[in-house]
Structures are given as structure tokens and as C-alpha cells.
Design a protein around this ligand. Sequence first.
Ligand code: GDP
Length: 537
Amino acid sequence: MSMPVRTEAGAEVRSPLAAEIERRRTFAIISHPDAGKTTLTEKLLLFGGAIQLAGQVKAKRNRKTTQSDWMAIEKERGISVVTSVMTFEYGDHVFNLLDTPGHEDFSEDTYRTLTAVDSAVMVIDAAKGIEARTRKLFEVCRMRDIPILTFINKMDRETRDPFDLLDEIEKTLALDTTPVNWPVGRGRDFTGTIEVQSGGVRLLEGDAGKAGTLREMSILEVAALNPSLDASAIEGEFELVREACKPFDLQAFREGHLSPVFFGSALKNFGVGDLLDALGRFAPPPRDQKADKRVVHAEEPRMSAFVFKIQANMDPNHRDRIAFARLCSGKLTRGMKVKQIRTGKSIALNAPQFFFAKDRSVADEAYAGDVVGIPNHGSVRIGDTLTEGEDLNFVGVPSFAPEILRRVRLPDAMKAKKLKEALQQLAEEGVVQVFRPHDGSPALVGVVGPLQLDVLRVRLMDEYGLEVSWDVSEFTLARWISSDDPKTFDTFVRSNSSSVADDLDGDPVFLARNQFNLDYTRERAPGIAFADIKDVK
Ligand code: GDP
């Protein structure tokens, strides 16, 4: 992609590299299922010209997520793959929208994806307010101080009181809010919005909502459009908004303390343009990234990246895999050689890819903030750092202790070796965690949600011809163990050998039968740290 050098109005052009990086906006949408994430994604892509018609984003439409639906989607890999990241241009900006799985059983994937974004859009159903999954995902964003823009969706339906919704965000998330626009009427009477700052009005008509249709109208004129609206009530409410709501503060937003709020309707494409403009204007360009040895700045000339997601079997005939890498600094050019820090090996990036709504194409150039797909046959793993040579590892791509542990039962013992290989590959892809007990007993698999076990079983069957079932394990919890003192550690591992296993990377975990067993062991092993989150290196 060769693009003209531009910056935000008034910004100084420092270098072509800096200007390219500064116009990147890499974000995700967080929401509870059904709030409208898919619909909003479609509309955002429409603005970006990435798709011609809304409705093409995914086969997710009917996914209301029964098991069989999910399995079907998993099989339609072409579809789920193109939605992992969607790159589009709008105005002066390049947007990378990272998609996250809808079902909470795949939340680990979502958490890892959130390590690769610089901001997030929180979509809230105006009739429901903050729901469980929104809250959880918000907490993950907060851990990294990711700035959040809020889109209160479905204003064309019956909604809760807007003040009430803002109040709920402030109280339950401890997040300040600033409404950017304010709804006039709700549900059937939803007529449009007023911009709080300028007083400009947008009317809900046809394809309105797109930037440019801001009108100068008085509240009386707006109210006159709809006989069921009460002009003086609207005036009073708007007065209150102006008096009571905090002004927008860019710094507080970028630090993750304050969220600009947009009222709109994704379905009616209303308010979506404002949201996209705000992402361009307010959301931060690629942030600095923490590595073990130092902090890496986006505008450093040398390329660095980390892998946060692996997607396998884009083409089932060749067991190929795409590793999704977030560029943290510099510029990637096609054909460049990078160092994979974990192995010390050099990898040639001969066919890095960009993803659009429906297509992918070879990326000749990519910049910090961009996400590129790197085809490979299993050599690249989640958490891998790639650099132009410098030895450093980005920190913070997490592994989470599984909530469910199962022993794999393989009726055909002749296939044990194949199973081992298959589990290794699927674990590298992040589909499942595998733990190999020190005492030589069969491997355990660990997942966050039961749906993952179904996907695993089907994939073992379809891709490896392995028929497996799950046995309940005597263990229910796994914790990564470590100690500052190698001797203490060795003693612990030796005296608990039947409860210690190695994970994919050879890092030891303690397997506990239950919470009591874990607490009991922990109390009696003062020099040992038990962790339920591991940073993947
Ligand atoms: P997701 O589960 O968050 O991806 O939600 P979807 O985008 O699939 O939307 C869930 C349902 O809400 C679908 O039936 C959408 O058509 C509907 N929907 C989404 N946005 C709006 C909106 O702004 N207004 C109305 N009335 N319905 C909406």
C-alpha cells in the first residue's frame, strides 16, 4: 500500500514512517451477545468501502449460538478466518478492526485479541444496559488501560432512560462518560440526535447518520417533525445534559478513565459515521508496547511484532496455518527476514497478508498498528515475538488457567503417537491447553468452556482421523508453579510428582483435585508461587 503522507489537521509531518503509523487505528468491539456487534461491524465496513452491501460480514447471522451452529461455523473456515481482522481506510485513517468470538467459551481467544488493540468500542443494547459479558471484557480492557468509546445501540427500539444508562456505566464500570450526542425521542419516536457540543442535529431518515448531514435546527423545529414529541421536555432534558455532563477530555479518554458516548442504531446505520469519525479523531495511534527488556515505541524504524492468534486450516488440503501478528514498531516489507526470538530462527516473510471483509491480499508493506497474517506450517506460535534481530520478548499475551480438565480417551491405542502430535498442534494454535503429567499417565486437556471440547473432538476427527472421547479427570484445577529458589522448587515437584504436569512450553503446572486441595498444598509450600495466568513468551 503506498499512501500519501498525511497527518491530522495541524500535526507536523515528522517522517513518512511516523505519519503512516500515526494514521493507524487498531481496535476491537466488545459487547454482550445480541447487542449488535455484527451489525455495527457491517456498517463500519460499509463506511470504509470494504464491502459493497451490508449483510456480507459473516455467516454469523443465524448463529444464536447452538453447538451445531458453532461447529458449522468452525468448518466454514473461510468465513471465520476473514473476520479475524478487517482492514479498511476511511478519511485519513487506516482502521484495523479485530474481531473476537461471540461465544464466551472462546473467551481466551478474545482476551488475547484484546492485547493487540489500542482502543475498543463498547456496544451496549439501550434496552439492557451493561450485561455480564460486556462487563467482563471491559475489565480486560481496563487491565491494559485501553481507551473505550461507547455506542449505545438500538435507539430505534424501546430503551431505558439515557441518563439511567450513563449512570449505570459510571457506577458499575467506574468509568466517566461524556455524551457526544443526545437522542431525541426513543423507540418508535426516535427522531434523531443533537450534538452536545455544537447543537447540530442529525435526523433519522433513510441513510442519515453519515457525517455531513449535520443540520442547524432548533429543538422546536426537530420536535415539530414528530407530533408525539414534547418540545419543552426535550429542551429541558438537553439543558440538563449540557449542565450535568462532563466535557470531553482527550487525556482522560486516552488514559482509559472517560468514555465518549454515542447514541445510535447500527441497524439503521445511524450514529455509525460519528463513531468512526471519533475513532479517527480521538482514539490513539499505535501505543508503546512493553517488552521484557525495554518499552518499544511504535515509531522506531525497526520492525517488531507479536503473534496473538493462530488460525489453522484455511485451506484444509494443505495443513496451513495463519499466524496473526500485530506490528508494534516500524515497517514490514514483503520478503523481509525476521528473527523468531523463541527459537532464534530466521523467518522470511514472503507472503504476509492483509485481510479485508471478504478477501485477503498480499501485503507489500505494513506499519506499526497493522495486523498481518503470516502463513506457516506450525513453526509460529501464539506469544511469539518477531524482530529485525533485537533480542526482546513482548510481554502480556496471556494464557489462562483452564476451567475444565479432561483426560483424553483414545480407543485405538495404535494411534497414540498421532494423538500426541495432533494435540501439540492444536495446543500451539490455542484451541486447547495440553498438560503432560510427570508420572507418565495420559495427557490432560484443559479448556475454558465446554464448547471448546466439542470443537476439539470434531477437529481431531476431521483433520486427523482420530476418534476420541473425554474421561472426567481426578483433577479440576491447574496452576502454573514457580519459585525463586530452585531447590525449594525441585523438592516440591519431587514430592508432588503425581500432581505435576508440563504444559505446551514445558512450564510446570500443579494439578489440584479441588479448591481445598489447592489451598492446602499452597499453605504448605510457602516458597512456591501458584499462578492462574501465564504470560506467553
Ligand atoms: P451480536 O450478537 O452482538 O453480533 O448482534 P447482532 O449484530 O447479530 O444483532 C442482534 C440482533 O439485533 C439482530 O437481530 C439485529 O438485526 C438486531 N439489531 C442490531 N442492531 C440493531 C439496532 O440498531 N436496532 C434494532 N432494532 N435492532 C438491531
